[in-house]
Design a protein. Structure first.
Length: 208
C-alpha cells in the first residue's frame, strides 16, 4: 500500500476492524494484512497491538478473531459486542465434593453484553442443584471473582475439591447449600479452607 503516516494508517486499521465488528465478522490479523496490502503479517499485528495498548481495541487471548471494541466505545456506536469467546475449563461437581478437575476443552461463545468480566465455563456433574435448574452435563458460565453475595450460586474450592452450590452466609460460617433435598449442606467455619472461584451467571443445556 502507499506509504502513509503511521497514525493515519492506524486510524484506518481501527476503522476497518470497527466496521467488520459491526457486520458481525471480526477480522483475523491476516485479513487485516490482506486488506491493507502489508508485506508482513507482523505489520498488521503491530498496528492491532498498538490499538490495544491505546485502549481502542480489546484482545481476547488465544483467539484468531479475538479483537473487539471496548464496551464503552461499542455502546457509543450502538454496537454492543454480539459475542465473545470464553474457555471451557473442565468439570465441576454438583453433589458430594470431588477432586477439582481442570481439563481444557475448547471455547464457547457468550453474549458480548456481559462486559469486561473474566469468564470461564464448566461442565456440571451430579444432581445436587436440580432445584436451581442445573442438571448433570449442563454447562455453567462462571464470572471469575473471589467474593459473592448471600444467595449467589457459586463455584467454590474446599480443601482442593470443587463444587457448585448456593452460597449462604451466616455469622462466623459459610454454608454451601444444595438445591436438592437428597443432598446435605456443606457447612464451613473459619478453620476450613474455602475459596470462591466465581459466580454462576448462565446455564446451558443440550436437548439432544
Amino acid at each position: 500500500m502507499p506509504r502513509t503516516p503511521p497514525g493515519q494508517t492506524r486510524r484506518q486499521v481501527h476503522a476497518f476492524v470497527r466496521d467488520r465488528l459491526a457486520a458481525g465478522a471480526p477480522p483475523t490479523v491476516r485479513e487485516v494484512q490482506a486488506h491493507f496490502g502489508f508485506r508482513a503479517v507482523q505489520t498488521a499485528q503491530q498496528h492491532l497491538e498498538t490499538l490495544v495498548a491505546e485502549g481502542r481495541l480489546v484482545r481476547e487471548p488465544g483467539l484468531a478473531r479475538g479483537y473487539r471494541l471496548p464496551s464503552a466505545q461499542a455502546a457509543s456506536l450502538h454496537m454492543v459486542p454480539r459475542l465473545r469467546m470464553v474457555p471451557k475449563l473442565g468439570r465441576v461437581q454438583a453433589g458430594a465434593l470431588s477432586e477439582a478437575i481442570e481439563d481444557p476443552d475448547g471455547w464457547i461463545p457468550v453474549d458480548g453484553a456481559m462486559g469486561e468480566h473474566e469468564l470461564f465455563a464448566l461442565t456440571v456433574r451430579g444432581e445436587s442443584m436440580l432445584g436451581a435448574g442445573i442438571l448433570p452435563d449442563d454447562t455453567v458460565v462462571v464470572r471469575r471473582q473471589d467474593t459473592a453475595l448471600d444467595g449467589d450460586i457459586v463455584v467454590a474450592l474446599v480443601r482442593d475439591e470443587a463444587t457448585v452450590k448456593r452460597l449462604r452466609l451466616h455469622a462466623g460460617r459459610i454454608e454451601l447449600r444444595p438445591e436438592n433435598p437428597d443432598f446435605a449442606s456443606i457447612v464451613l467455619d473459619g478453620r476450613d479452607e474455602v475459596r470462591i472461584l466465581g459466580r454462576v451467571v448462565e446455564v446451558r443445556r443440550r436437548l439432544i
